[in-house]
Ligand binder design. Structure first.
Ligand SMILES: *Cc1c(COP(=O)(O)O)cnc(C)c1O
Length: 310
């Protein structure tokens, strides 16, 4: 049994016309937990349950915590989620709706994570939000689904666009691309200003730590990317793109109108990064085929998105 679902892969006529590319969307906003996180978290929780874990502990800015809470409920195991103060009221409510115990601690994920670590007992499994090979393996199924669809549709990506926080999604997607013979396909790695830990690390040639997270895209708020993301991004073609919070928010608003699906600014970063596409492919003869990972996210309400983008 898998805890995540295979998600739709749909053409975006609106984004294709706007970018001059052939844009397709992997709709992971439709996962039962509201984001792609369930792919990796589901696999990690199942694996730990099989190994005898009796409780799951998570530290998460939101979507990973909700995914762990969902997985625990499905597996019949209790869950504790420690979130930083930046986590929205909406996300806190959703974690509790899944029946998990919620603790709020610290100004950023780093502090929440330290408390979560200190709570671990011998039969607890800690579920990391991004730095765990089980998580990357689970996330990589997203690419397998695109490859399976390609058998019948013939549609293969010339480029992948996704958002980067701690880099777990990036690791999974790069691993999936490699496994499906697409290791040469470039990946546009989107971050917002103030959460751009991958972009700054690649520029510096070392895994820098941001002094603070200053972006509204709290789900991208890891002050340092994981080692594996940094290493893979230097082995496979990864191109960092940094967008403003305003651009990410506007992209969420436009996406809501175009596709009638509400996503977080963390996901809006990838949608906003599509604006650099025309220049990236300026000399292509055929419209390049672009796969956008619509990673989703639940820490936003329609009212709140509409009020900040009005
Ligand atoms: C977690 C998350 C990200 C970033 O994923 P990482 O694996 O931390 O890089 C992006 N978007 C959403 C909606 C998320 O929940």
């Amino acid at each position: 049994m898998l805890l995540h679902i295979p998600t739709p892969l749909i053409e975006s006529r609106a984004l294709s016309l706007r970018t001059g590319c052939d844009v397709w969307l992997k709709m992971d906003a439709l996962q039962p937990s509201g984001s792609f996180k369930l792919r990796g978290v589901g696999l990690a929780c199942q694996t730990h349950a099989q190994r005898g874990a009796r409780r799951f502990v998570s530290s998460s800015g939101g979507n990973a915590g909700i995914a762990v809470a969902y997985a625990g409920r499905q597996l019949g195991l209790p869950v504790v989620v420690v979130v930083p103060q930046t986590t929205s009221a909406r996300a806190r409510e959703l974690i509790q709706q899944q029946g998990a115990e919620l603790t709020v601690h610290g100004a950023s994920w780093q502090e929440a994570n330290e408390l979560a670590q200190s709570m671990l007992g011998p039969t607890d499994a800690f579920i990391h939000p991004f730095d765990d090979p089980l998580l990357w393996q689970g996330h990589s199924t997203l690419v397998d689904e695109v490859a399976q669809a390609a058998v019948t549709t013939g549609w293969v990506p010339d480029m992948v666009v996704l958002s980067v926080g701690g880099g777990g999604l990036l690791c999974g997607v790069l691993q999936g691309l490699q496994r499906n013979g697409w290791g040469h396909v470039p990946v546009l790695a989107a971050e917002t200003e103030g959460a751009d830990s991958l972009s700054q690390a690649l520029a510096a040639g070392e895994r820098i730590t941001l002094p603070a997270i200053t972006s509204v895209a709290t789900s991208l708020g890891a002050r340092q990317v994981c080692q594996q993301a940094f290493d893979l991004a230097r082995q496979q073609p990864v191109c960092p793109v940094v967008v403003t919070d305003a651009a990410a928010l506007t992209a969420c608003r436009t996406f809501l109108d175009d596709h009638r699906v509400l996503v977080e600014p963390a996901c809006g970063a990838a949608l906003a990064a599509l604006d650099v596409l025309p220049s990236a492919f300026a000399d292509a003869e055929l419209p390049p085929r672009v796969l956008v990972v619509v990673c989703g996210g639940v820490a936003v309400t329609a009212a709140n998105l509409l009020s900040v983008t009005a």
